[in-house]
Design a protein around this ligand. Structure first.
Ligand code: XIL
Length: 511
């Protein structure tokens, strides 16, 4: 029923919470049962969590009417891929051109979408005249650029990537005409200028390879902590999310987003895509779907994660093949604008039905956990787990493994493990403890659970699996720091318990 669709579509993400709430109420007042509703869009599903789901786009692809139709209907937010960058907006000093950027902000207005402005200060796609300026003139040129561009889009752009990519991968500041002229002070100066030009826009610093925990995200964390402490106007941190199946999923993404949110900042995934070495195959596409799902799960788990933007939604218009020769297939839809398994993974992760667009998503299991152990300092750990099949097809349980991470604390490192009860029958359930070769915070061992046989039907749960482990010397644990443990005593989705299907991560975030 289009009533539901339209009523939520008038509710772009990124707008004040009050408006979103009003829209959510309006949608529920429509009183249309979910089963009768037209399938909701990715943005509708995200909006039900108070978040937006967006896409990059650009002028050259908008004449493609099939492309534009999906861009306008499925997404609640858009980001211009190039047309608000410095080389487009101020190609010669003092000569501003907003024609291309205006096409994007007009499209957004026509489709009830918000715009993330991208980007005011960046070392790349910067016209030569900036680098040629004497150092003494760079600050004035930067401030003027920000004043004109953010001023032009005042009221049109909800959030600006004020500074893009300020760091090298080792966490040192990246050399640029701005850094070279002003040192790292250019960042605060740029944020203040953007705030003066558009006091209502949310102001972000944006970078890549900062999604997980690591040297580069530590550097970003130190920078924004300082900016916050100094009262510099900054509202959020953007995590680009240009991932690749061959490099693994960033470690600790959820914890990383959370620590930035704990500074009182919004966080957003701003340029998500997951590339692979071509040709694509079923295994790579399944891993890709898992990565997309992991990102959505990480954002959903952090209240101040305001939304996710994919760096264009289709392989047809991806930047990847140009930027990374030999790689591609990075997006949610294929080159013929057909949704892939990653699209289904995002839908299901957002709580929607799997529409089967990708021809079956292999990784549709989720883990639920409850803490059935009231004593965190005794000699046993007692996780209770359930697996739920959230997909459209049955899953062969003999291909499934589940991992629960903990620290062994002091004492021996040999373990006994038990299945105490399960409606599946404990005899079909395997369990063992393994040591991690590179221990992480809260995790140096994991309990691995498997299944000798059985099949889990679409929509079904295994029911409870009560597990228990101890060290062979029966020395005590300190469970309070254990990675996978929560204190919840009733079942809840457990993103820190991982599920693998055929050896591939299908659910959860590894430590
Ligand atoms: C990319 C665009 O998508 C390409 O069309 C362009 O040729 C190069 O830039 N990080 C960013 C984006 O912040 O601006 C980049 O966009 C992708 C990487």
């Amino acid at each position: 029923m289009s009533l539901v669709k339209r009523s939520t579509h008038g509710c772009p993400g990124g707008l004040p919470v009050l408006l979103l709430t009003a829209c959510a109420v309006a949608a529920s007042l429509a009183g249309v049962p979910a089963a009768a509703a037209e399938p909701s869009t990715l943005h509708d599903l995200a909006a039900a969590h108070g978040k937006y789901f967006g896409s990059a786009t650009d002028n050259p692809e908008l004449p493609d009417t099939a492309y534009a139709a999906t861009l306008g209907s499925e997404f609640g937010q858009i980001t211009p891929g190039n047309s608000m960058k410095w080389d487009t907006t101020e190609p010669q000093q003092g000569q501003f051109s907003f024609t291309k950027g205006d096409v994007i902000s007009d499209f957004a207005r026509d489709h009830g979408q918000t715009v993330r402005g991208h980007t005011l200060v960046w070392h790349s796609q910067l016209p030569g005249w900036v680098a040629a300026l004497p150092a003494s003139q760079v600050e004035a040129a930067m401030t003027n650029h920000i004043t004109e561009v953010a001023g032009h889009y005042r009221g049109e752009v909800a959030a600006w990537d004020v500074v893009n990519e300020p760091f090298n991968d080792d966490g040192t500041f990246r050399a640029s005409p701005f850094y070279n002229a002003m040192g790292s002070d250019y960042i605060a100066t740029a944020l203040r200028a953007a705030h003066a030009a558009d006091p209502d826009a949310k102001l972000y610093i944006n970078d890549y390879n900062t999604e997980g925990l690591g040297a580069k995200s530590d550097a970003m964390y130190d920078l924004v902590s300082e900016l916050v402490a100094e009262g510099v106007p900054i509202d959020g941190v953007g995590f680009q999310g240009h991932l690749a199946v061959q490099y693994g999923f960033p470690g600790g993404m959820q914890q990383n987003l959370k620590r930035f949110a704990d500074l009182g900042l919004d966080v957003a995934v701003t340029e998500l895509d997951v590339r692979m070495q071509l040709p694509a195959d079923a295994a790579k596409l399944a891993t890709q779907a898992t990565y997309y799902r992991n990102v959505v799960e990480a954002c959903l788990a952090v209240a101040r994660c305001v939304g996710i933007t994919v760096w264009d939604y289709t392989d047809k218009y991806s930047w990847v093949p140009d930027a990374f020769p030999g790689q591609g297939a990075a997006n949610l839809y294929d080159e013929n604008l057909r949704p892939k398994a990653s699209y289904d993974a995002v839908r299901t992760a957002l709580g929607g039905d799997d529409e089967g667009g990708g021809g079956g998503e292999p990784g549709a299991l989720k883990a639920r956990y409850r803490n059935s152990d009231p004593a965190p300092a005794d000699n046993q750990i007692k996780p209770a787990l359930q697996l739920v099949n959230t997909g459209a097809a049955a899953v062969d349980l003999s291909t499934v493994k589940v991992r629960y991470w903990f620290t062994g604390d002091n004492g021996v490192s040999s373990y006994g493990t038990w299945c105490d009860w399960s409606p599946l029958g404990c005899s079909t359930i395997t369990h063992r403890v393994a040591a991690m070769s590179s221990p992480k915070a809260g995790a140096d061992h994991y309990l691995e659970v498997g299944f000798g046989s059985g099949s889990l039907a679409a929509g079904s749960s295994t029911g409870e699996i009560q597990l228990r482990l101890s060290k062979t010397d029966w020395s005590n644990f300190d469970e309070t720091d254990d990675y996978s443990r929560t204190t919840g005593t009733s079942y809840a989705d457990a993103p820190k318990v991982a599920v693998y299907i055929g050896g591939e991560l299908a659910w959860g975030i590894e430590p």
